[in-house]
Design a protein around this ligand. Structure first.
Ligand code: CP
Ligand code: NVA
Length: 304
């Protein structure tokens, strides 16, 4: 069974085809063409953390393709009442065609996928957010062409998004600079496994030199709310502003997975800067995930 738990679950060739297909599906939608990609197919969507973009993009993708999505929250399902994850995975996957999960520990997702009879998609864990990277890579290609050989700078926390950027550096063949405060580096094992592609810096100004893409994210992720105050102090020199982008390459783009906190990780005016492509990036969640669902459903049928 093919799952999508990290970007490493697809080959670089599959990822490139997926991005091209996402661009094609987007163009079809603009023309009013909604091919019945998922007719009579059902997606189970398990959300143990909040979401706007991920929920709307997956539900819309299934509906536009002629399928259906079921929103499962721990508040009103047995997911929140201690039923073993493996039991839930066996039951839900015996009925639906594909499952996406947003949860805390990545190992919970891996355990769920192991017990599932259908493809499982990582819709964010504490460690990775690979669906966002599909949209980000699509957005880069649409604006600038191939990202191969480019320099990307991650500013901020060495978090789930940063880890997925490290995986993307390997799969899409670019170099990643990470600018973070001491003590907030990405996971050492993930950096070590990709050390030829990742450089760690402790100031943003050094990191962004010659960068073709600058990316950031919130200082405190979901589940770290009680660290907010301490993080505001630790990250105060890690804000992306127009002045910081001025120090990057002339063709630099700016991305942020959103939600954004103006005045914290970005300056008040950054999203209005012409170099910011965050709204296209958010919309591309829909198109990239359609291409992902299509690939995983096709693979799961050929395995049956
Ligand atoms: N970027 C992202 O995953 O947004 P949501 O938390 O709103 O789904
Ligand atoms: N790093 C953020 C991403 C939100 C889409 C979080 O995990 O909360």
């Amino acid at each position: 069974m093919r799952h999508f738990l990290t970007l490493l679950d697809l080959t670089p060739t599959e990822l490139h085809h997926l991005i091209n297909r996402a661009i094609e599906l987007k163009q079809l939608l603009v023309k009013g063409d909604r091919p019945p990609l998922f007719q009579h197919q059902v997606m189970g969507m398990v959300f143990e953390k909040s979401s706007t973009r991920t929920r709307v993009s997956f539900e819309t993708a299934m509906a536009q393709g002629g399928g259906h999505a079921i929103f499962l929250s721990p508040r009103d399902t047995q997911f929140g009442r201690g039923e073993p994850l493996e039991d839930s995975a066996r039951v839900v996957s015996s009925m639906v065609d594909i499952i996406m999960i947003r949860t805390f520990g990545h190992e919970k997702l891996v355990e769920f996928a192991r017990a599932s009879q259908v493809p499982v998609i990582n819709a964010l864990t504490d460690e990775y957010h690979p669906c966002q990277l599909l949209a980000d890579m699509q957005t880069y290609v649409e604006h600038r062409g191939s990202i191969k050989g480019k320099t990307v700078t991650w500013v901020g926390d060495g978090n789930n998004m940063c880890h997925s950027y490290i995986n993307a550096a390997r799969q899409f063949d670019f170099h990643l600079n990470v600018a973070c405060p001491k003590g907030y580096e990405p996971d050492a094992a993930i950096v070590e496994a990709n050390k030829d592609r990742v450089s760690i810096f402790y100031t943003c100004e050094e990191a962004v030199q010659n960068s073709n893409l600058v990316v950031t994210d919130v200082w405190a992720s979901m589940g770290q709310e009680e660290e907010q105050k301490a993080r505001e102090v630790a990250f105060k020199d890690f804000q992306v502003s127009r002045a910081l982008l001025d120090q990057a390459a002339d063709d630099v783009l700016f991305m942020h997975c959103l939600p954004a906190h103006r005045g914290e990780e970005i300056s008040e005016d950054l999203l209005e800067d012409p170099r910011s492509v965050v709204w296209a990036e958010a919309e591309n969640r829909l198109h990239a995930q359609k291409a992902l669902i299509e690939l995983l459903l096709r693979e799961s049928k050929s395995n049956r």
